[in-house]
Design a binder for this molecule. Structure first.
Ligand SMILES: Nc1nc2c(ncn2[C@@H]2O[C@H](COP(=O)(O)OP(=O)(O)OP(=O)(O)O)[C@@H](O)[C@H]2O)c(=O)[nH]1
Ligand SMILES: [Zn+2]
Length: 332
């Protein structure tokens, strides 16, 4: 792994800082650290691994640095763009998280939102003929994607399990209402290599995560999208000294083209947290043109008279199963 060479002058400067730091640390630890911040040049980077408190940050030249985060800066996650500073021992300290364009999070055991990954631009929802897809789960992912401002796509995998073209068409038709409201849909089979080209182009230049039920083929697709996953893992663990890097660490992989894929068990098990009705209706994108048009301001779109949402269902503008899932999500 290439390391940045330091000049004599830089080394002398770092040694002087170290010396002063040792003196100050003895007297006023907090203050000494604050001054160290000012003395070492801040750099920007991107968090590519988070494993407990350990981070691997990729600098502007593609070099990896093992970093720890300052305590008071909030929860740093994979995909974060950060400001970090090199410590005299070659490791780094992350001193700030740059503004995120999106955050994937999950409520933790105390019910508070715990971020899982940052700066995503695509949420790929995997389904397959087997296990039986759940429209309710798909809609939860779609709502979550809408609310965090990430574009969702639907990926139907294992299409080889459907023998005839009729069977395939019937399966696809069950999800046609998603395409009608603008969610791009891809039909693939990992046994039919030519089928994944469209998906590969879609993910190029994006930062994506794959979600979906157990057994839909997430691991298999990750392997296909990252033929060098083992090599990437080796490079990351070697460079950062994190020891045996397992796939349990949240990792931001480089796609073979342009773009990134963030993966970890936590990211995969991402679910929609608790949300109130106002937010939930915004999460059903095709409801939006009709919101505010019901007779009652607090309409639940259930039995109320003059409900614009139910009217839209009747007019064929909203799929009935979407409204049913909306009610299901509200706990009706
Ligand atoms: N026929 C067929 N089988 C597939 C395809 N893709 C994946 N599989 C198989 O489906 C099974 C489940 O795939 P995984 O990749 O482990 O699924 P997963 O979504 O990662 O599952 P979890 O790890 O439980 O979340 C494996 O036996 C795969 O070999 C496909 O395109 N066609
Ligand atoms: Zn209504």
């Amino acid at each position: 792994m290439a390391k940045r060479r330091l000049s004599e002058r830089q080394i002398a400067r770092i040694q002087a800082i170290q010396e002063r730091r040792r003196e100050r640390l003895a007297a006023r630890p907090e203050r000494a650290l604050a001054e160290l911040d000012e003395e070492l040049e801040p750099e920007e980077g991107r968090v590519v691994v988070r494993h407990g408190a350990n981070l691997a940050v990729e600098d502007a030249h593609g070099h990896l640095i093992h970093c720890l985060a300052r305590r008071n800066i909030g929860h740093v996650v994979c995909g974060d763009r950060v400001v970090w500073q090199r410590l005299p021992d070659g490791q780094g300290v992350v001193t700030a998280i740059l503004p995120r364009i999106s955050t994937l999070s999950r409520p933790d055991y105390s019910g508070r939102d715990k971020p899982l990954a940052a700066n995503l631009t695509r949420l790929a929802i995997l389904i397959a003929p087997e296990p039986e897809p759940s429209g309710y789960l798909i809609d939860q992912y779609l709502v979550a994607a809408e609310l965090i401002g990430v574009e969702a796509i639907l990926v139907g995998n294992k299409m080889d399990l459907l023998s005839g073209s009729e069977e395939r068409a019937a399966f696809q038709a069950r999800f046609a209402h998603y395409g009608a409201i603008g969610y791009r849909t891809f039909w693939i089979s990992l046994l039919e290599p030519e089928s994944i080209g469209g998906l590969v182009s879609e993910l190029a230049g994006q930062t994506s995560v794959l979600v979906g039920q157990s057994g839909v083929g997430k691991s298999s697709l990750v392997k296909r999208l990252l033929p060098d996953q083992e090599i990437q893992i080796g490079r990351l663990s070697q460079a950062t000294g994190l020891g045996r890097h397992t796939t349990s660490a949240a990792t931001c992989y480089r796609l073979s083209g342009d773009g990134f894929l963030i993966d970890s068990p936590g990211v995969r098990s991402f679910r929609l947290g608790d949300i109130d009705r106002a937010d939930l209706q915004q999460g059903f994108r095709e409801f939006r043109p009709h919101l505010g048009r019901c007779r009652f301001g607090d309409c639940r779109h259930d039995q109320e008279p003059d409900c614009a949402i139910r009217q839209a269902v009747e007019d064929g503008l909203i799929a009935p199963e979407r409204l049913a899932n909306f009610h299901h999500l509200l706990g009706d």
